[in-house]
Design a binder for this molecule. Sequence first.
Ligand SMILES: Nc1ncnc2c1ncn2[C@@H]1O[C@H](COP(=O)(O)OP(=O)(O)OP(=O)(O)O)[C@@H](O)[C@H]1O
Length: 535
Amino acid sequence: MSADTLATARPAVELEGITKRFPGVVANHDICITVQPGTVHAIVGENGAGKSTLMKILYGMQKPDEGTIKINGTEVSFRTPSDAIEVGIGMVHQHFMLADNFTVLENIVLGAEPKRAGRLDTASARRRIIELAETHGLRVDPDKLVEDLGVGDRQRVEILKVLYRGARILILDEPTAVLVPQEVDELFQNLRELKAEGLTVIFISHKLDEVLGIADAITVIRRGTTVASVDPREVTARQLAELMVGSELPTAETRDSTVTDTVALQVSHLTVEADGHHPPPKGVGFAGYAARLREEGKRLLLDDVTFQVRKGEILGIAGVEGNGQSELIEAIMGIRPAHGLVELDGRDISHWSTLKRREAGIGYIPEDRHRQGLLLEASLWENRVLGHQTRKPARRGIWVDRKASKADTQRIIEAYDVRTPSVETLALALSGGNQQKLIVGREMSGDPAFLIAAHPTRGVDVGAQAAIWDHLRNARANGLAVLLISADLDELIGLSDCIQVIYRGRLVAALDPCEITPEQLGGYMTGAIAGNEEK
Ligand SMILES: Nc1ncnc2c1ncn2[C@@H]1O[C@H](COP(=O)(O)OP(=O)(O)OP(=O)(O)O)[C@@H](O)[C@H]1O
């Protein structure tokens, strides 16, 4: 940009004195941020700092109580996201909002269809999508079904979708949380190209190394207000973390093995069919059944999975989302029928209900905290009891023991640093990271024998992440067996005693976390490096 244009270029976004209050909480207080056009601007802050609230205000989902918003120098007031889209703002949410059984083209135009004589003008939509994809280096095939796309491609479709609606300012909410390192590189390349085209990107992230790698400017929010605007060339990840948290961070771990010889969970020949569950014919055992189904041309979501987790061990499962990890968790929890054997402490639990499995001591941190982890309309203490109704502290005789449940919720709030006004607060009023901390605390309570931890620190800030890692390590040292599924490769490598890679429903490689780099792991996960058990 020449000095002249620099002098005349108006900021893409100016937020001045933004304040937003919720009952009992000031989520945003006097926030001031200026985002220059054609830049990538990162917003960082610990859980509950107020980032999402601010982005919702900028996208017209919430109204500020005070303050002004200017877009390209003009003051605006949004009532709904449509108003924000109208002036060129687009939002890519963390959880993709695409329809799986529609094509890329259909997903992109959905809700903004070009019509000719009252009918969908597919030809002009296709032309425009191809043109947008080429201009911004976002390669996708418009005719592919979304269900056949990998995570990185789906994200590109989401970005194209907002560009198609004319966005010049893009808000990305934790865009790298679900990507492997290679995909992160591609996304960043895309963002650089968007920038070169003069578009502005605002993005929220907890991964500070990545923020430093891509951002042109960084704003730090702490306890609802802007505490610093920093130049990424002038700070380290550690300094940035300390600015966020306002104190020093815990130091790195020691890696002493606590793995015992006692098997807590044994999974044998676990197999899940894509087109529903059909019990095997009489006389056919589990071993070899997957091979038989394969020969019959059946598509398998889980393909003959066998492994064990011993007491004191964390077994990590690495995989690009959609390679069978959800099916694996659901089969172990008894949510989804499967062929094969699941044994807990030597007992066959394959035919037990989910509730019975939980009562037998399986803790479960689910991957989707909104659908499976929390009742958003219920209070925190009621959520503490959820799924644990039949156990202490919830149960007294046939009644729920409210007093004990509330006291235990308070204990979790303190031990896991859940930021909330009280145990009576509704779960929906907590920030995403604080909801996650509550679930982790609940599932670690009551001495589980075996814990499934799916993305245990997704969406939590660096301080809380270190605390959750500590809790997991301590529990492991006390004999807990953990199955850790995570998209965060540093987390997998840092916590696991062994890492298994899942690819197209199969366990294809067993790796030593002390010897593997995130890049190599990413290679196995995407199939670029062939595993040793390919059939
Ligand atoms: N609808 C709501 N009702 C009441 N309080 C809310 C609501 N939404 C957010 N809050 C509160 O506002 C504060 C800021 O939350 P926000 O979700 O903006 O944080 P965040 O920085 O995005 O956190 P995270 O990194 O955990 O997602 C929190 O204390 C939260 O509990």
